[in-house]
Structures are given as structure tokens and as C-alpha cells.
Design a binder for this molecule. Sequence first.
Ligand code: EPZ
Length: 413
Amino acid sequence: MIRVEGGHPLRGRVRAAGAKNAALPALLASLLTDQPVRLERIPRIADVETTIDLIHALGKRVDWKDGVAEVHGDGELWARAPRDPVQRMRASFIALGPLLARCGEAWMPLPGGCAIGPRPVDLHLYGLSRLGARIEFTDGLVYARARRLRGATVWLDYPSVGATEHLLLTGALAEGTTTIINPAREPEVVDLGRLLEQMGARVRWAADRVSIEGQPELGGACHDLLPDRIEAGTYLIAGVLTGGETTVTGVVPEHLQALVEKLKDAGASVELGEQEISARRGEALQAVDVTTWPYPGFPTDLQAPLMALLCCAEGESHVRETVFASRWGHVPPLQAMGASISIRDDTATIRGVKKLHGAEVVASDLRAGAALVLAALGAAGTTRIGGEEHLARGYESFLNKVTALGAKAWEET
Ligand code: EPZ
């Protein structure tokens, strides 16, 4: 349980951790090689622990210390991924292709459902079959086999981040070139491409496609992960929402452009430096309209944190969520704190109120948890937030970082 006493402006500088959504695929890329893979700026979060548990279960050793993870092991890989951790974390599913490429066959549990809508993997499996995999389903498991994976052209109906990463990882060991048309181009996907190039694959981005030239074997790498744009965006919103001023450092400002524009539209004052961004509330916050969209559109992972800000913006905001079917877990608890929100189809309408008030609420997922902490920081009185384990999945030392900025927030046993 997290307890937050609202009404304290957040002020100060906070350094972004390495990106969760770059760390997970980068760690799983180590399955592709027998050489050591060293990854720097690995965030200390639960999803990284889960991924390392999986890599251990598949037969490799991971030394993880002071933000650096080194994956070693040139023995046989175990081709049967265990239900736990795969069903604990959907992102594990992209280990299927690498296991298939290395072992000729692989068993992977279908990923667990998630609080943000159905999470199918049809695009992943379609892509693997285009590379020559034969896919069967048995007892909640996907069984894939392929004597030799051959590069192919894969048209993605949707620029899925996971499916694009899965195909880049698998294409890196396929014979010839794999071309993905309509790929995701999130910075984390591009970062994975850079790691695979270091390991020996050739990755080429073009306007509507990305191609990867596979190699019979891949080498090791030493790779510095890019900063977490979602974590950084969360702290920028926190500064504006609480009427303080926060500066996130060690970031790539370009990766946060969509949020920066929205904060400016809402009346916040935002300054961009070389590797840092500062944000503070200007005059009264104004309502804005936002539509989540694949990169470089507004990131769905900042939809809930931004909504926490819009709850007290003057006027009526409209938030359209186009990436996930029902990413509204944060709405009922925000309503319990006094927010005026209604949802119709894929759009939430938020009528700004003067101030939210404290309440007892529960986070349904990672970004909903962040939104509730933000809302509590700006609310009158005390808020108690359950489901804090969701926060630990994706935010490194979240409470330490916000208290260092002046928040009054505690973990209650
Ligand atoms: C990644 O999830 C991120 N997770 C998510 O971050 C992020 O919200 C999402 O990309 C979108 O940017 C990681 O990188 C570990 P998708 P992923 O495949 O790969 C549909 C967070 O909070 N789809 O781009 O699962 C899917 O249902 C997390 O850090 C299919 O229909 O996202 C969804 O509606 C949450 N079939 C849409 O595409 C498929 O085979 C986007 O999903 C695959 C996806």
C-alpha cells in the first residue's frame, strides 16, 4: 500500500533510468548467441528480474550488478519456456523465435491476459510462419518447429512493437533477408536493431519497412540502453500537475516530442536542453485533446499519467485510446478521487474539476498505478494506493524519486 499526502509541489532534477521496453528485448537477444552480451543502464525493476528468471530457466547465466547485466553461457538452450515467468509477463513471448532459431523447435506458453485489453499474438505467429516455422497449439502452449528459418517479407496489419521485435530477433538468425513492412518504429525497437547490428546482423530502415540480413551465427555485444521516455514523461507530468518544476536528465528530448507539445498546449512551460527537459505549470492548466498512436504519435503508455493531469485542467479534454482496446483501468479510481470522466467507445471525456480529493484506490496495471500516484500528489488530503506491485514492474525506485523531488509518499506495510 502506498500512502500519499497531496499538495506538495515537486521540484528538482531526476535522471531517467534505462528504458524498460528496451531492456526486455535486449536481454532476450542474448539467447541468439553463445558469446557474452553486456547491457548497460539496465533498470532495477521487476520486469527485468522476470526476464532474467526466464533466461536462467532457458540455460544461460546472468550477472546483474550496478545497472549492468552480462549474459553468459554457451551450453545447450532449453527449448521449453516455463509457464512462469512467461505468463507473468507478456513480453517474454518474443523468446519463442530465438529459441526456435537456435534449437529447431520450441515450446512457449501463450502470454497471460492483461488488464489493458486482449493481447493477441497473431501477428507474431503469422510472421514466424512466413519465415518457415510450423506452428501448433497444444494445452495453452505454442509449439513451433523449423529445420531452417528463411528470410521473407512480412506485411504487418498493425505496427505491433512486440511482433516487430520478435521478427527482428528471429530474422537475425534466418537465412537471407527478412523485410517487415509497416513495422513499429518506437525508439526501443530501433535500439534493438542497433544491438542486433552489433551482434553481426545488418539492419536497414526505410520509409515503410525495416529489413534484417540474418547470419548463421551471431557474436556478443556491449550495448548501452536508451533512456526510458515513459518514465521521464511521468516525472515531467508530475512537476506540472503539482505546480512545481521538474527536470528529467539523461533523456533523448526528441523521444518525448509528442508529450512536450501536449504539455505546452495545456499551458505548461517546457524547456528542452541537449539531454534534458524541464517542465512547470504556467498559468491555469487548459484542457487538451489527445489521441494515442504508434510512435511518433502520443504514446499509449503516457495516456493514463496525462489523464491524471487533465482531471484538473480547465475545460473539457478528450482522450482517444487507439492502441489498446480498453486501457481505462485508471478511470474508476480517478473518479473515486473526484474526477469527472465519462467513456464512450474509444474516447474518454474529462471535465476539469478544481481539485481531486484523497481516497482509498487500487492500481490495475503499471501505468494506471503511475497515474494514481500523480493524481494523489496533486489531490487534497491523503490517498492510499493498493496494487503497488504494478509500479515496481516498470518504475525504478519510484517512491524514492518522487520523495527526493519533495513528495510526501510512503510504502505502508
Ligand atoms: C509494447 O507492448 C510495450 N511493451 C507496451 O508497454 C506498449 O504500450 C506497446 O508496445 C505499444 O507501444 C513492451 O515493449 C514490453 P503491440 P506490445 O504489440 O508489444 C495489438 C508498458 O506499460 N496486437 O504494439 O504488447 C495489441 O492487442 C507496456 O510499458 C495484435 O492485435 O504492443 C494492441 O492492441 C504496456 N496482434 C496493439 O496491437 C499481435 O500479434 C499494440 O500492441 C500483437 C499486437
